[in-house]
Structures are given as structure tokens and as C-alpha cells.
Design a protein around this ligand. Structure first.
Ligand SMILES: Nc1ncnc2c1ncn2[C@@H]1O[C@H](COP(=O)(O)OP(=O)(O)OP(=O)(O)O)[C@@H](O)[C@H]1O
Length: 267
């Protein structure tokens, strides 16, 4: 993991600016310096309600994430985390702003039962490789490498319906890695998991990033305890990026918030 190998963005407290320069291009995206995997500038998103009025969901969100790192996207229910992740995945188009995400990118959904489509682990991880015109040996080698990265090498022939939720998530991540995915966008993967599965999935993601700048992951979560595994974090409220920085800075900010809230309640 290359913590410190690149300068992390300093905390952008109460602003939506990144410490990294973001250069606009003529197209919809932004041109990113080579060490960034994800960059969004002034992203807004609104939906049109039945009465024809625009309802803002995201408001002027900026973020930048260095290559090879695991970042977390935190915030209360309904603050816009999944919407932002879907914009980064290309599943939604921002109403305003520019976005750059290294390709290929992969979105892994919350529900483990929506992740796996083939009867066996091997078949599932190999599923997306059909489009690459690979030899059988190359497919086997990619599947083996991806399963090794997520700690599932021993499960090659296992029927997927016998896997736990966390194991299914790891198989889904292996599928993305087998396709040489550069950016993993992970939407609250631990919501349906028990504690040991939860930690297993985070460790699998960490492990799949270790040692190179090849793969970058953005992990949406509610759980503050997961911050300890992150290289950086983004905190959102009410459709805005409120903080963008190191996990300890975000943790400090949130502890201060909780303490001032508790003081207000008690006074
Ligand atoms: N298609 C839509 N139509 C109406 N409202 C929407 C739509 N998509 C998102 N929203 C609203 O936008 C807000 C942000 O939703 P989003 O799912 O991005 O939040 P979130 O932070 O991921 O929430 P959670 O943590 O509960 O999953 C919510 O109030 C949600 O109800």
C-alpha cells in the first residue's frame, strides 16, 4: 500500500475543493494527473419530481483519490453516498460538473445475492472474461490470481450457493480483478454481513490493492470502525462533501461533532 508515496489531499474542511489541481478538458471529463484514480469536480445531481420541480440530491461535490489506495465514503442515511458512487461508476450522469475515473472500473452492489451469476466460484470469476479472447490457460491464470488476492483460492470448485454473504462479495470482487479492473466502487458491501464476514471482505479489498498502484477502491460505509482500514476518507452530509482527508482527521472531526451534540442534549 502506498500511503505516503503520494501526497494525500489535505483536509478540505467545509469546502468542496481538492488539494490536487483538477484540469478541465473539452469533453465531459477532467484530465487527471497520473497518480489519481478518481477525480470529481463540482458534481451536482438533481432529479425531476412528479410536479416538474428539480430536487437536488448532490450539491457541488469535489473529490480526488490517489491510485492504489482504499478510500471510504461516509455519511448519514440519505446524504447522497450511493448517488455519488453511481456517478463515478457511470451509472448516472451528473447534472453539473466533471468526472474522471480510471478504466476499467467496476461497481459492486450491496446485496451479496445480486453479485454472483454462475454455479461455481471458478465459473463466476471467469464469467466476465469471455469478451477478452483469452486462451483457457490465460483464463485459469487470471481466475487463480484474482481468487488468491481475495483469499478464496481454496474455493475454486465450490457451488456459489454454499458461500456466505461475505464470500460471495469476495468472489464478486475477484471477478472485477480478473477483468483487470483499475477502480473498484463498492456500495455498502458489509450491510448484510456478520462481523467476521465484514472484516474478511475489507481485508480482501486491502489485500487486492497491496503492493501496487494498479487498483484503487472507494468503499461506501456507515460503519466508523471500518475507517481503520482506509488510506483516506470523504465525509458527506446533505448532498455535500463536508470533509476530505486522512481517516484520523475524519474520525477526529466526527468525534468532535458527537461530543458537541451530546453536550447540547445534556445542557
Ligand atoms: N431516483 C430517485 N428518486 C427520488 N429520490 C432519490 C432518487 N435517488 C436518490 N434519491 C434520494 O436522494 C437522497 C440520497 O440518496 P442516496 O441513496 O444517494 O443516499 P445514501 O447516502 O447512499 O443513503 P443510504 O446510506 O441510506 O444508503 C435520498 O434522500 C434519496 O431518497
Amino acid at each position: 500500500m502506498n500511503i505516503g508515496a503520494v501526497t494525500l489531499p489535505s483536509i478540505c474542511s467545509h469546502t468542496s475543493h481538492c488539494a490536487f489541481p483538477v484540469r478541465a478538458t473539452a469533453s465531459n471529463g477532467v484530465t487527471s494527473p497520473p497518480n489519481l484514480a478518481i477525480e470529481g469536480k463540482n458534481l451536482s445531481y438533481a432529479i425531476t419530481a412528479r410536479n416538474g420541480k428539480l430536487v437536488p440530491i448532490l450539491n457541488d461535490c469535489s473529490l480526488c483519490i490517489p491510485s492504489g489506495q482504499l478510500w471510504m465514503l461516509l455519511g448519514p442515511n440519505g446524504c447522497g453516498k450511493s448517488t455519488l458512487l453511481k456517478i463515478l461508476a457511470g451509472l448516472l450522469n451528473p447534472t453539473h460538473g466533471a468526472v474522471y475515473v480510471k478504466r476499467p472500473r467496476s461497481f459492486v452492489f450491496q446485496n451479496p445475492d445480486h453479485q454472483v451469476v454462475m454455479p461455481t466460484v471458478e465459473g463466476d470469476v471467469a464469467f466476465g472474461l469471455g469478451k477478452f479472447n483469452l486462451t483457457q490457460n490465460e483464463v485459469r491464470s487470471r481466475v487463480a490470481k484474482a481468487l488468491h488476492a481475495v483469499g478464496m483460492s481454496d474455493y475454486l470448485q465450490r457451488p456459489v450457493q454454499t458461500l456466505s454473504g461475505g464470500q460471495k462479495q469476495r468472489v464478486a470482487i475477484a471477478g472485477a480483478l480478473a477483468e483487470s479492473c483499475k477502480v473498484l466502487l463498492l456500495d455498502e458491501l458489509t450491510t448484510f454481513l456478520d462481523e467476521s464476514d465484514q472484516i474478511g471482505v475489507i481485508k480482501a479489498v486491502k489485500n487486492s490493492l497491496d503492493g501496487s498502484e494498479e487498483v484503487t477502491a472507494l468503499w461506501v460505509t456507515h460503519r466508523l470502525e471500518e475507517l481503520e482500514y482506509a488510506d483516506g476518507a470523504i465525509y458527506m452530509e446533505n448532498g455535500k462533501v463536508v470533509m476530505h482527508g486522512t481517516p484520523s482527521n475524519i474520525m477526529g472531526f466526527l468525534k468532535e461533532r458527537i461530543s458537541s451534540y451530546t453536550n447540547r442534549i445534556n445542557s
